[in-house]
Design a protein around this ligand. Structure first.
Ligand SMILES: [Zn+2]
Length: 163
C-alpha cells in the first residue's frame, strides 16, 4: 500500500479510518501500513484523540446526574428574595399570607425602619389634616348642596322645555 499521506487521493482512507467507517479489509491494509509508517500512525492517533474528545463532549449534557446536580446547585444558591422574605416566613406559613401581601409587609417594614421616631404617616399629611377647619367643611357641604339643587333645576328645566 502506498502511503495515504503522500497520495492526496488516498488521504480520505485515513479520515475514514478515524471515523471507523472503513471495512475490515481496508482497515487491515491501513493498519499494516501504519505499522511501518510513523507519519500515518501519528495522523491516526490525532484522529482518534479528536473523535474521543467529540464523544466525551457530546456525552456530558446527557449524563444521568446532570439534572440532580443542577437542582442541587439551585437549592444551594439562596436568592435575594429568599433572604428578604425569610424573617416573615413563619408568619406567612402560619397565616397563609400570599406573596403579594408579603411584599406589602416588606414595604411597610421599610417605612417603619426609615421612621423609627415618628409615626408612619408623613408630617406633611398630618399638617394638612389639622389645617382643615370645621367652617371649611361646612362651606364645602353648602357648596355641594347648592350644586345638587342647581343640577336638579337644570334637569327640570330641560324636561319642561321638551314638553
Ligand atoms: Zn503512511
Amino acid at each position: 500500500m502506498n502511503c495515504p499521506l503522500h497520495i492526496p487521493e488516498n488521504a480520505q482512507v485515513l479520515l475514514d479510518y478515524g471515523a471507523r467507517k472503513l471495512d475490515a479489509e481496508r482497515t487491515e491494509t491501513l493498519e499494516r501500513h501504519m505499522a511501518i509508517c510513523p507519519g500515518c500512525r501519528e495522523f491516526a492517533a490525532g484522529q482518534r484523540a479528536m473523535w474521543e474528545a467529540l464523544d466525551s463532549w457530546e456525552a456530558a449534557p446527557v449524563s444521568q446526574d446532570f439534572d440532580r446536580k443542577l437542582y442541587q446547585r439551585i437549592e444551594q444558591e439562596v436568592s435575594w428574595w429568599d433572604l428578604l422574605v425569610r424573617p416573615f416566613r413563619p408568619l406567612m406559613v402560619r397565616r397563609g399570607v400570599p406573596v403579594a401581601a408579603a411584599a406589602c409587609l416588606l414595604v411597610m417594614a421599610g417605612v417603619l425602619i426609615e421612621r423609627p421616631t415618628g409615626s408612619p404617616v408623613p408630617k406633611k399629611d398630618m399638617a394638612q389634616m389639622e389645617s382643615v377647619q370645621p367652617e371649611q367643611v361646612e362651606q364645602a357641604l353648602d357648596t355641594m348642596e347648592m350644586l345638587s339643587e342647581f343640577s336638579h333645576h337644570v334637569r327640570n328645566d330641560g324636561q319642561e322645555s321638551k314638553l
